[in-house]
Design a protein around this ligand. Structure first.
Ligand SMILES: CC(C)(COP(=O)(O)OP(=O)(O)OC[C@H]1O[C@@H](n2cnc3c(N)ncnc32)[C@H](O)[C@@H]1OP(=O)(O)O)[C@@H](O)C(=O)NCCC(=O)NCCS
Length: 173
C-alpha cells in the first residue's frame, strides 16, 4: 500500500484510505449481524457494499479530509474494520462523528478505543477540529463505554433520517 493511502497509525493499528480491492474484506465484515446490529445504515449485500466502497474510495465531495478508513491490524496485516470521521448536518449544525466498528474477533482488546484516540488526535492536530461527536444507538453499551473512555459526555438524544441516536460530544478549547 502506498504511503499516500496512510491516514494515521497507532501502536497496534493502521488507518488507511480504502481501495476497491477491499471489497471482499468489507463484504465479509458487514455480513456479521452482530457487527451491524447498531449500524442502521450499514450495507446489507454485495452491491450495497460495493457502492459504499466506491463512495469511500472517491471521498466526500465537500469534506475530502474526512471519511471512513480501512482499519488494519499491524501485527497480522488483517483488515479488522472501518473507523474514521463522518460529517453530518444535525438540526442545521455541522458535526463530525468519530466512528468505529471492528470485526467481532477483535472486540474486547481496547482496539476501538485505541483507533478512536488516534482519530481524535488526528482530528485535533491535523484537521484543527475542535468539536467531535459520537452518534450511538440506544442499547449499544460497548460504544457508550468507548465514548466515555474517549472523554466524551452525553449531550442529548436526537433523531435524523437514519433513526434515533444518543449524542455524545467533546470539545477542545
Ligand atoms: C463498539 C465496538 C467498536 C467496541 O470495540 P472494542 O475494541 O471491543 O472496544 P474497547 O475494547 O476499546 O472498549 C469496549 C468497552 O466496552 C465494554 N463492553 C463491551 N461490551 C459491553 C456490553 N455489552 N455492555 C457494557 N460494556 C461492554 C468493554 O468491557 C470495554 O470496556 P473496558 O475497557 O472498561 O473493559 C465493537 O463492539 C463493535 O465494532 N461493535 C459493532 C459496531 C458498532 O456498534 N460500532 C459503533 C457504532 S456507534
Amino acid at each position: 500500500m502506498s504511503n499516500t493511502h496512510l491516514i494515521l497509525e497507532t501502536k497496534r493499528i493502521i488507518l488507511r484510505r480504502f481501495v476497491m480491492d477491499d471489497i471482499d474484506s468489507l463484504v465479509k465484515f458487514y455480513s456479521d449481524p452482530d457487527v451491524i446490529k447498531h449500524i442502521p445504515d450499514a450495507p446489507r449485500n454485495y452491491e450495497e457494499t460495493r457502492k459504499e466502497l466506491e463512495w469511500h474510495v472517491k471521498g466526500h465531495p465537500k469534506f475530502p479530509e474526512l471519511g471512513l478508513w480501512a482499519t488494519i491490524h499491524k501485527d497480522t496485516g488483517d483488515f479488522i474494520g472501518r473507523c474514521g470521521l463522518i460529517p453530518w448536518s444535525l438540526n442545521g449544525q455541522d458535526e463530525v462523528e468519530v466512528a468505529f466498528a471492528l470485526s467481532k474477533a477483535y472486540w474486547g482488546q481496547g482496539l476501538a478505543t485505541e483507533a478512536a484516540q488516534g482519530i481524535i488526535q488526528y482530528a485535533h492536530e491535523t484537521l484543527k477540529l475542535r468539536r467531535l461527536v459520537c452518534l450511538i444507538e440506544e442499547g449499544n453499551q460497548a460504544s457508550v463505554k468507548v465514548a466515555a473512555k474517549l472523554g466524551m459526555s452525553f449531550e442529548r438524544k436526537g433523531e435524523d433520517e437514519i433513526g434515533p441516536f444518543l449524542l455524545y460530544s467533546m470539545s477542545k478549547f
